[in-house]
Design a protein around this ligand. Structure first.
Ligand SMILES: CCCCCCCC(=O)CC(=O)SCCNC(=O)CCNC(=O)[C@H](O)C(C)(C)COP(=O)(O)OP(=O)(O)OC[C@H]1O[C@@H](n2cnc3c(N)ncnc32)[C@H](O)[C@@H]1OP(=O)(O)O
Ligand SMILES: NC(=O)C1=CN([C@@H]2O[C@H](COP(=O)(O)OP(=O)(O)OC[C@H]3O[C@@H](n4cnc5c(N)ncnc54)[C@H](O)[C@@H]3O)[C@@H](O)[C@H]2O)C=CC1
Length: 350
């Protein structure tokens, strides 16, 4: 099957996406962001020792410096967690104002973490915040900063062509050992990687929102990703204090394959008037123990991102009515109501 995204024709290699999947996709997640000396030692060890052993550009690359492309909610979260576990991070966005906002947000979240973690030692908390902030720099020019990176994590808009353009440009500039990873929610890693010549050093590294809180990272390998690259990313995820799972490059990987049909069906239920948005959300929170209801979660993820995902899946599966256009989602996005990040979506946040 062929599908067209962003003007570029790509082979839709993913298998058929069905909507009749179980909806109990998200176990309650209240775990906290962790920072401890052990992780610093692990980061130091993996960087210096594994690197010392490396004989080829690809083998045993350890991550010390990373470039995170996209300073939105996910990119800022990834930068925060990497910086607070001893990595130096350059956060890149095309918009300088977004970068300023991202750094301010990171500082606020670090204070939140420090207050809890160092409640009886405020000086240690302040030191933790300052150390992490010193690890973060920003740039509006990815090409200028990618040279020193062991890893590039892309967390920009959910659009195949835009992601491919970024990676194909950086592929010519980044060192040979640099691993490229995409935080895409729904696009094929194989399709994104096809814009580069480093197919063995390309994988998915899918974090969850909010990154400092959610413990899971999906590590997605394509048929061309090398085992060294996967091992490196699995280890890196652990150094960040996360629990990685390995996934194949199939639509939605593990979590979103289950989560997407659940959220879409909730939106359709609301559109059909089968329940108010409040009642649908209360039902799923109290009935299933989820921390957020599906419409709240859609607002939290971002309705613009939700629409990108739905458009992509419906183009790849035009015969599947589950991915047909959603009137309410389209209307909210057309009005610039992207959810929590813009102050209004299904709900108002001001
Ligand atoms: C078709 C679309 C399909 C989806 C596709 C796109 C999406 C993806 O690709 C994959 C995804 O990420 S899916 C989304 C996954 N995330 C969730 O399900 C979040 C659900 N919500 C929650 O866990 C809590 O409401 C939440 C943790 C958010 C907030 O909890 P509370 O309501 O209890 O609020 P708080 O009391 O403020 O926070 C609880 C604890 O967390 C700490 N915290 C919250 N945000 C933080 C942040 N940004 N940085 C650091 N710490 C943070 C907060 O301090 C608190 O800690 P404790 O005091 O120790 O409990
Ligand atoms: N929002 C969520 O809950 C999750 C989103 N993701 C994925 O992470 C990615 C980013 O999502 P969010 O952070 O929510 O989006 P966002 O809209 O908050 O941030 C995206 C950022 O990328 C920047 N950007 C766009 N094009 C760029 C370019 N060419 N170069 C540099 N920066 C550029 C934008 O200025 C914006 O600041 C998407 O692929 C999304 O599917 C993955 C997991 C969860």
């Amino acid at each position: 099957m062929q599908s067209v995204h962003g003007g570029r024709k790509v082979a839709a290699r993913r298998d058929h996406v069905t909507a009749d999947l179980p909806s109990r996709a998200r176990p309650s997640e209240s775990s906290r962001s962790r920072f401890d000396a052990r992780r610093h030692i692990m980061a130091f060890f993996t960087h210096h020792v594994c690197r010392g052993l490396s004989s080829s550009a690809v083998r045993n690359v350890a991550i010390k410096h990373l470039t995170v492309i996209g300073g939105g909610q996910m990119g800022a979260g990834i930068a925060q967690v990497a910086a607070s576990t001893g990595h130096s991070v350059t956060l890149v966005d095309t918009n300088g104002e977004i970068l300023k906002k991202a750094v301010k947000g990171i500082e606020g979240n670090l204070k939140r973490v420090a207050k809890k973690k160092f409640s009886d030692k405020p000086e240690s908390g302040e030191e933790f915040i300052q150390k992490a902030l010193q690890n973060v720099s920003t740039s509006t020019d990815a090409a200028a900063v990618v040279q020193g990176s062991d890893l590039v994590v892309e967390a920009i808009v959910e659009n195949l062509k835009v992601k491919q353009d970024i990676f194909s440009g950086l592929d010519k500039l980044a060192p040979a050992h640099t691993i490229f990873a995409s935080n895409t929610s729904s696009l094929s890693i194989t399709d994104i990687a096809s814009s580069t010549s480093r197919l063995d050093r390309f994988a998915g590294l899918h974090f969850f929102n909010p990154v400092p809180v959610m413990k899971l990272v999906e590590v997605i390998g394509t048929s061309a990703t090398s085992q060294e690259t996967l091992d490196c990313l699995l280890n890196f995820s652990k150094v960040l204090g996360k629990t990685p799972v390995s996934c194949k490059d199939t639509p939605g990987f593990i979590v979103n394959r289950l989560l997407l049909p659940y959220i879409i069906e909730a939106i359709r239920m609301y559109e059909r008037g089968h329940g108010s948005k409040e009642d649908i959300d209360i039902a799923m929170k109290l009935g299933c123990g989820y921390p957020m209801g599906p419409l709240e979660l859609a607002d939290y993820v971002g309705l613009d991102t939700m629409k990108f995902i739905m458009d992509y899946w419906s183009a790849a599966n035009p015969e599947n009515p589950s991915f047909a256009q959603s009137e309410s989602l389209n209307k909210l996005v057309a009005e610039g109501k992207f959810g929590k990040k813009t102050g209004e979506g299904f709900y108002k946040y001001k």
